[in-house]
Write a protein that binds this ligand. Structure first.
Ligand SMILES: [Zn+2]
Length: 189
């Protein structure tokens, strides 16, 4: 699938599953070109539900914008992650309600089955950094060097994949395990 089409498809997919609400969330993909990699990213202040091809913003790895429109305010975070992870070509950032609810609590989200390698008991987290800031880009990209998913405290979730679709699947899976843990915590009270 063409990368821009895949970006629009996954954006709509995660919107329809309530992983992103209103105009929140952002998605990007990397095109590996001969001379330099290009990034396609969702625009700022537009619902991911109804993106058109012309809404998608293309940049190079320095963040220079190559098309019309303004990229997501989290462009720097996406670029920083791609620079750390040659194996990753898709990034999905959501404020999906259950996983984000955990991020606003002092409960950690446990890893459940479905991960290739179980590394630690809980999904990795980083402390709150201002959304869109260089600080967030730096801390998130360092934390994601050896993880494919990250909880941003008091903010949301970042999921990575070898493709945009796989990053979307992981974001969906994380929201699913957050729901399961919410219910089990309630039942066990
Ligand atoms: Zn966010």
């Amino acid at each position: 699938m063409d990368l821009v089409k895949e970006l629009i498809y996954v954006s709509k997919y995660i919107f329809e599953r309530n992983l992103v609400l209103g105009k929140s969330g952002n998605v990007s993909g990397r095109m590996k070109e001969k001379c330099e990699d290009l990034i396609a990213i969702t625009p700022t202040l537009k619902s991911l539900n109804r993106l058109k091809q012309e809404d998608i913003v293309l940049t190079n790895m320095n963040g220079d914008i190559l098309t019309d429109g303004l990229p997501s305010s989290e462009l720097q975070m996406h670029l920083a992650i791609y620079k750390e992870r040659e194996d990753i070509n898709g990034i999905v950032h959501t404020h999906s309600p259950y996983a984000t609810g955990f991020s606003f609590s002092n409960l950690h989200l446990k890893r459940l089955e479905g991960f290739d390698k179980i590394k630690s008991e809980n999904i990795k987290e980083i402390p709150y950094k201002v959304p869109g800031s260089d600080e967030l880009a730096k801390h998130a990209s360092i934390a994601l060097k050896d993880e494919d998913v990250l909880i941003l405290k008091n903010h949301g979730v970042v999921a990575l994949g070898p493709t945009i679709e796989e990053a979307g699947d992981l974001a969906e899976f994380i929201e699913g395990i957050a729901k399961t843990q919410f219910v089990s915590n309630l039942l066990n009270k």
